[in-house]
Design a binder for this molecule. Structure first.
Ligand SMILES: [Zn+2]
Length: 438
């Protein structure tokens, strides 16, 4: 298939949408007024662009009203206060009071098997590395009953606080110890100083809230043919405005709406902005469950999440066959977007729930580093100074062009279904993390 359509994104319009989402609205945590305001902005812009069938599909979610972590580390004589964040999913410390305990260092994941034992009871466990990624280890940590857990994110040696969370399904099923996250460089310092004890206080207020997926369409002339779904998520983690994660993806969808409206393609192009992604793809999982019987009508999902880093690499995180990935990479390269393909099943983005049901689905992602990390991830640096308008324009042009080529295709160019090498792990993750069964 030769590229036939060249879309010309407008830089002033990209900037305007970015300003609206990040400066005027700001933080957009799931279930908050900010998230709702962003959903309304998106629906309003899509109506203005002339898209059809613009509507919102609300769903219940847990909303963090407020979360505060206080942590002091030291030895018997002297304690020093550190900045920290509550890890989403964590309960408050008992009676919202301070707990104090001896530190127990566990280097993850290699020491977890041996060290998650009753000997941790009442201690304050410092996890250096990821929180448990296997349900059985998470359960063992909960059963060991530490007084609290301090999580040290080792993906990058940063010095500022970041917000993250633990899988909501695990918290519901197995519980979770009171957990805070501290910056790597500060943990480095207190380890060096020989800290032996910590005092931790966590106060979390939650309420039952509502999130929403926003949907719109560029109607195709043949509505019975499998459609092209373009996705992004409009929510953020707590305490940041998410200029890259993921206002960048939403701004792309808003611009694509302007560029694609009125193109009258053969197949329908559907745009979906998901809510509550930061709680682990909650909105997209909700969407596939609610539309399960119509998923055969979705031919492909092209999801955009954190795509506008100033420096970095363009990744294509693929749920689907190698033939699908190969076709897409080629088509993007012809539109001057070279990408790195990542075929390992990855549940932390909105393409994943679709791939569980055999829909060829990718997430476009732009990490800074080959390791996949972004230094501005989930923190105060994810602001409008650290996103690139030209880079986003490049993504919009390539992804929009490929989406339009697919929407004009008489013959669909790749098969449905997962790659055989992805099947077992995808189904395990779907079951373990989402309670989804294909
Ligand atoms: Zn994201």
């Amino acid at each position: 298939m030769k590229p036939t359509h060249s879309l010309q994104p407008s830089s002033p319009r990209l900037r305007e949408h970015w300003e609206a989402l990040c400066s005027r609205i700001g933080e957009r945590r799931a279930g908050s007024a900010g998230e709702l305001a962003s959903a309304e902005y998106i629906a309003g812009q899509w109506r203005k662009a002339g898209l059809a069938n613009v509507h919102t599909e609300p769903f219940p979610c847990v909303t963090v009203v407020s979360s505060r972590a206080e942590i002091r580390v030291g030895d018997d004589r002297k304690f020093q206060s550190l900045p920290a964040r509550v890890l989403a999913g964590s309960p408050s410390t008992p009676n919202d009071a301070v707990v104090e305990g001896e530190l127990a260092w566990v280097e993850m994941p290699e020491q977890a098997e041996r060290m998650f034992t009753p000997a941790l009871k009442g201690k304050i466990v410092v996890l250096v590395g990821p929180t448990p990624t296997r349900a059985d280890l998470h359960q063992r940590l909960v059963k060991a009953r530490p007084a609290a857990v301090i999580h040290v994110d080792d993906r990058l040696p940063f010095e500022w606080v970041k917000d993250d969370g633990v899988y909501p399904t695990w918290v519901q099923r197995y519980g979770m110890p009171p957990t805070v996250a501290v910056p790597f460089r500060l943990a480095w310092e207190f380890r060096k100083q020989g800290a032996t004890r910590a005092r931790v206080r966590i106060v979390v207020k939650l309420r039952q809230g509502e999130s929403q997926n926003v949907v719109a369409e560029v109607p195709g002339r043949h509505a019975e043919l499998p459609l092209v779904l373009l996705g992004a998520h409009h929510d953020t983690q707590c305490h940041n405005i998410g200029a890259d994660d993921n206002a960048s993806g939403v701004v792309a969808l808003l611009e694509l709406a302007s560029l694609l409206a009125g193109t009258k393609p053969l197949r329908t192009i559907r745009l979906v902005s998901f809510g509550a992604e930061e709680q682990l793809s909650v909105g997209s999982a909700r969407y596939v469950v609610a539309h399960r019987r119509e998923l055969r009508s979705v031919g492909v999902v092209l999801n955009l999440d954190s795509v506008a880093s100033v420096l970095g690499h363009h990744w294509l995180i693929r749920g689907g066959t190698a033939a699908f990935g190969g076709w897409l990479r080629e088509a993007l390269a012809r539109r001057s977007l070279e990408t790195v393909e990542k075929p390992a099943p990855m549940p932390f983005a909105d393409h994943f729930p679709f791939s569980v049901f055999g829909v060829p689905a990718v997430t476009f992602y732009r990490p800074n580093m080959d390791s996949g990390m972004r230094w501005q991830h989930h923190g105060v640096h994810d602001n409008l100074d650290n996103v690139s308008v030209p880079e986003l324009a490049r993504v919009v042009q390539a992804v929009g062009g490929v989406a339009l080529d697919l929407a004009q295709a008489n013959r669909w160019p790749f098969p449905r279904g997962l790659d055989p090498s992805q099947r077992t792990e995808t189904m395990r993750l779907a079951r373990d993390l989402f309670d989804l069964k294909a």
